[in-house]
Design a protein around this ligand. Structure first.
Ligand code: NAD
Length: 492
């Protein structure tokens, strides 16, 4: 048996409550169960199904904690976060097993996510020592003026199921660095990772109430958090529809939002030396996390003259993808999160066929043998996808890649921009002027020249159009969300 299955055998089946005011609370009568998406017979645990009362308890504790946390010197707050980053790395095996078990991603990806969370957390920890402010001349004699940045207060952090470790850390890290406190609502499909993260922050020395976790559904917990009068900001990662609804609700109280939403990210292939190199990068950016990534590449916009060669290179690359459960040695792609989500992805595949796209590879629900126990879909490639078809325009959030052939560079850029989303875009070209043109004209928050859509731990992360709203996360841009400016005038 693999290390992961061995470990899980002794770890599954627990019952977990909320972490509020620095204490684990009993789960209470109402709970939800979660199962492994690669093996729906494997029961993982029971988690509190909380409501407005628990949200109120957590937010009140967070507000009380904020009054003293904001007074802790920035470098001291940072030191605690550096310790938390070390703990993430020390606990990487346990966290990766849990993450892989509840989310489905393969172990190498799960470990990569935990490592990535530690890296981002270290950047946030450093931010606590470099909060900006200006000193300016005054209009008056013997005076000067300055700006201070102050923490906004209690932040509601609401996360999705596809990155249950890095997304909460991406919110908690900067919030704490800038002097805010946090109540986290993780996705109710992936609550176990969030539970373990609370232990990491507590053991690193985060004081009681500075970080809390309330487990439960979007309707019961998420909505109560957004409406709570002591919550001053909402950092949300999830679907565009939910983000728009949250923003409308938060706007009624003038509460600021930071929204990271959906994407339909293009790889625009204009010229290249070696099709195989590009295909490798595109496949990795398309099928990591089974395509359930907001920044997954999901359409390849390629000049007609190169479409065939690139398609063949992609087919070769995709043939090497090994689908299987996280614990299977050599598996490189896991299942989808739920049966319902799998049905949605299969629906997109059926529509693409009806719309006349050519199925080059995959397109099947994997049901043979052990695959029947999980939500597996074969890596899928469609060619000849019309630029106005649903597959070219809608987010699938699964292992489905569309090749959209175009006749010119102008048309390639127009097609890349002709979707409602604007998160990440890749361009492949050896022509520096073309890469600069694409960087200028691409309607996306992040542009990658000659590589896939992987972001870095110190760079702003976010999208335009239906892909995001508010300050970008990860980078120094976070300061715009987690702090407000105070203008101070001096005269002697
Ligand atoms: P989702 O919108 O269904 O849920 C996200 C979170 O919001 C969950 O915790 C959910 O319980 C909560 N929620 C649901 N309804 C709510 C409400 N009315 N009020 C408050 N909270 C509510 O998204 P998902 O299915 O978990 O995630 C997939 C989506 O997330 C995809 O569209 C993907 O593109 C997007 N995503 C974006 C990014 C990014 O950084 N841009 C990253 C990851 C995922």
């Amino acid at each position: 048996m693999s290390d992961m299955l061995n470990w899980l055998a002794g770890a599954v089946g627990g019952t977990y409550g909320n972490f509020i005011g620095g204490e684990w609370k009993p789960a209470g009568d109402k709970t939800s169960q979660i199962f492994n998406p690669a093996d729906r017979d494997q029961f993982l645990g029971r988690f509190a199904d909380s409501g407005a009362a628990e949200v109120d308890e957590a937010v009140v504790a967070a507000h009380k904690a904020w009054l003293s946390w904001r007074q802790v010197p920035g470098p001291d707050r940072g030191a605690i976060l550096f310790r938390a980053a070390d703990l993430l790395e020390q606990r990487i095996d346990e966290l990766a097993f849990i993450l892989a078990a509840e989310q489905g991603k393969v172990l190498a990806e799960a470990r990569g996510e935990v490592g990535r969370a530690a890296k981002e957390l270290r950047f946030s920890a450093g931010e606590a020592s470099r909060i900006d402010g200006d000193v300016l001349p005054s209009e008056k004699r013997n005076g000067f003026a300055m700006t201070l940045r102050e923490p906004i207060g209690v932040v509601a952090a609401i996360g999705p199921w596809n990155f249950p470790v890095v997304t909460p850390v991406r919110k908690i890290g900067p919030a704490l660095a800038f002097g805010c406190t946090v109540v986290l609502k993780s996705s109710n499909l992936t609550p176990w990772s969030a539970v373990k993260l609370m232990d990491v922050f507590r053991d690193a020395g985060v004081p009681a109430g500075v970080v809390s976790l309330v487990l439960g559904s979007g309707r019961a917990v998420g909505e109560a958090l957004i409406r709570h009068p002591l919550v001053r900001g909402v950092s949300f990662t999830g679907s565009t529809g939910t983000g728009v609804a949250i923003n409308a609700e938060a706007g009624r109280r003038l509460v600021r939002t930071q929204l990271e939403l959906g994407g339909k990210n293009p790889a625009v292939v204009l010229d290249y030396d070696n099709a195989a190199t590009i295909a490798r990068q595109i496949a990795s950016a398309a099928f990591a996390c089974s395509g359930q990534r907001c920044t997954a590449l999901s359409r390849i916009v390629v000049l007609e003259k190169n479409a065939r060669e690139l398609t063949e290179a992609l087919e070769a690359e995709m043939a090497a993808i090994s689908v299987g459960p996280a614990w299977q040695a050599g598996a490189t792609m896991g299942p989808l999160i739920t049966a319902q989500h799998k049905a949605s992805v299969m629906g997109h595949i059926a529509h693409a066929r009806e719309d006349g796209a050519t199925l080059a590879l995959g397109g099947t629900s994997m049901e043979d043998g052990d695959f029947a126990r999980g939500h597996f879909v074969a890596p899928t490639l469609f060619t000849g996808v019309a630029k106005t078809s649903r597959l070219a325009l809608e987010e699938v959030f699964g292992p489905v890649l569309a090749v959209v052939p175009v006749g010119s560079i102008d048309e390639a850029i127009e097609v890349a921009n002709s979707v409602e989303y604007g998160l990440a875009a890749s361009v492949y070209t050896n022509d520096v002027n073309l890469s600069l043109r694409f960087a200028r004209e691409s309607q996306s928050g992040m542009v990658h020249v000659n590589h896939g859509t992987a972001s870095e731990a110190h760079m702003p992360f976010g999208g335009v159009k239906a892909s995001g709203f508010g300050a970008y996360s990860i980078g120094h841009s976070n300061q715009e969300f987690f702090t407000t400016v105070k203008a101070v005038y001096f005269q002697s």
